[in-house]
Design a protein around this ligand. Structure first.
Ligand code: COA
Ligand code: MG
Length: 296
């Protein structure tokens, strides 16, 4: 999944527009873009939207960002949205594998009540929004088969740390948030799920956004979250492997296939060993066409 576009659940206009944005996934938001007094109305908005679009023949992958386990709001969120069969929830303020186990149990009960297969609804977790979460980023492996991605956030973390800013005057992330970003990458790799880069809030600064997408791809993220439709085509372009990169990856895979007993091969005067093979296979896997998940 390359691009995941956030859409506040209380805006039918933005929900409509998001469907034609070209995003691989939409994240219908019940959490931070919705004021406390608006939660009930936002739930109704999410339900109306999902009821209309989940059964569509062609549609983006559909996630709902519910309120966190700590809020007392998540049960009402799940009661409302599980019957509409979203593909996944996004769990904010996750604190390690234990919170995934907790959310898994809540989903399993409601799937049973709605006649959905156990495990139908996946979980993408935002893994760095509290200080405690940073110390638990390595605990996601094996928590639940529902876990499908890890992402990270700098806004809530900076509020919790009491920081004035999370970026310097040039727009570069400051140390605590670079750590959070790196922990997300390592935590996702350790859990065997893709890492998705966080949002970039200055949606008018397209050049800075492009640079941040490039850095994310370089470092191992497989996609990025968007807050505005203009960010979507940039993410899609940068996270789609180029034909040249695919040809190169295929050449590495072919060279190892031709000599299965060897640990190292030479291609065009450069050495490639097993880690290069892993990287090449990953790139080829990313290039396979994305389809909406088969209904369960
Ligand atoms: N999804 C779908 N459509 C969106 C959108 C989004 N995330 N953000 C903006 N649009 C639409 C607007 O409704 C507007 O539509 P129109 O041309 O038909 O009027 C068009 O895109 C241009 O929007 P623009 O005027 O540039 O921005 P805005 O001032 O209307 O909205 C935000 C700015 C930040 C409020 C808006 O982008 C937004 O709500 N983003 C998502 C916020 C969110 O979910 N945050 C939580 C995660 S951090
Ligand atoms: Mg938040």
């Amino acid at each position: 999944m390359r691009s995941l576009l956030f859409v506040p659940a209380d805006s039918p206009k933005k929900l409509d527009k998001a469907m034609t944005s070209g995003a691989d996934a939409l994240v219908v938001d019940l959490e931070d873009s919705i004021a406390p007094a608006g939660k009930a109305k936002a739930r109704l908005g999410a339900v109306a939207f999902l009821e209309e679009v989940t059964a569509a023949e062609t549609r983006p992958y559909l996630l709902v960002r519910v309120n966190g386990l700590q809020t007392g709001l998540i049960d009402a969120d799940l009661d409302a949205i599980v019957p509409t069969r979203p593909d996944a929830i996004m769990l904010p303020k996750a604190e390690g594998g234990a919170s995934i186990v907790h959310a898994d149990a809540k989903l399993a009960v409601r799937e049973a009540l709605s006649g959905l297969p156990d495990g139908h609804i996946k979980i993408a977790a935002i893994a760095t929004e509290t200080a405690a979460a940073l110390f638990l980023a390595g605990t996601y492996a094996g928590a639940s088969n529902r876990l499908s991605a890890l992402t990270w956030g700098a806004e809530d973390l900076s509020a919790e740390l009491g920081a004035e800013k999370n970026r310097d005057t040039e727009g570069m992330l400051l140390d605590p948030y670079r750590l959070a970003r790196a922990l997300c990458l390592a935590g996702a790799a350790a859990a065997g799920v893709p890492a998705i880069d966080t949002v970039f809030v200055d949606f008018h600064d397209i050049e800075a956004f492009r640079r941040e997408c490039g850095a994310a791809r370089r470092d191992g993220f497989s996609g990025k979250m968007a807050i505005h439709p203009t960010q979507v085509p940039i993410i899609n372009a940068i996270f789609t492997p180029t034909p040249e990169a695919l040809r190169h990856a295929q050449a590495v895979v072919d060279a190892f296939a031709a000599s299965p007993d060897t640990g190292v091969v030479g291609i065009d005067g450069l050495m490639f060993d097993r880690p290069h093979l892993t990287r090449a296979k990953r790139l080829l896997a990313r290039a396979t066409p994305r389809r909406k998940p088969t209904a369960g």
